[in-house]
Design a protein around this ligand. Structure first.
Ligand SMILES: Nc1ncnc2c1ncn2[C@@H]1O[C@H](COP(=O)(O)OP(=O)(O)OP(=O)(O)O)[C@@H](O)[C@H]1O
Length: 124
């Protein structure tokens, strides 16, 4: 049986989580980068495939930042004092965010760099 009230309750909690993430500095930076991706995509009139990479690349980086924040909260709860495993969990989570951010950045470079070069050359 599908319970729609339960689904909407979960959705409400998810939006509460998004509200918490919006207060975080790193999350805001990812959103800003996404904003630039959308702006550049519109300006250079990129193809559907290129839009998919811009949206998926940023979505992956933004979502991994969220997972990172969730892991940090759980680690702080479980281990408020210094512990090598707490350090390991936080550092690996942060490192994983960097992997997604770098992958997204490479996608953006592949898509936008040739277009930026063409645009600059057209101005000269
Ligand atoms: N309980 C702990 N035990 C061991 N090392 C920790 C612990 N808490 C934090 N650290 C170390 O300090 C680093 C920074 O932790 P912190 O919780 O300040 O996260 P942050 O990356 O600054 O994120 P934010 O500013 O969003 O909280 C971690 O990556 C980890 O190396």
């Amino acid at each position: 049986m599908i319970l729609f009230p339960k689904f909407f309750k979960s959705l409400n909690y998810a939006f509460q989580g998004l509200g918490m993430l919006l207060k975080e500095n790193n999350f805001r930076i990812h959103l800003l980068i996404f904003g630039f991706g959308l702006l550049f995509g519109w300006f250079f009139d990129i193809s559907v495939t290129e839009w998919l990479f811009v949206i998926l690349g940023n979505g992956l980086a933004i979502a991994s930042e969220g997972f990172n924040s969730a892991i940090e909260a759980v680690v702080d709860l479980a281990s408020p004092d210094f512990h090598p495993l707490a350090k390991k969990a936080k550092d690996i989570a942060a490192g994983s965010v960097w992997i997604t951010a770098m992958a997204s950045m490479i996608c953006h470079i592949i898509i936008f760099l040739p277009k930026i070069i063409n645009f600059v050359e057209s101005l000269l």
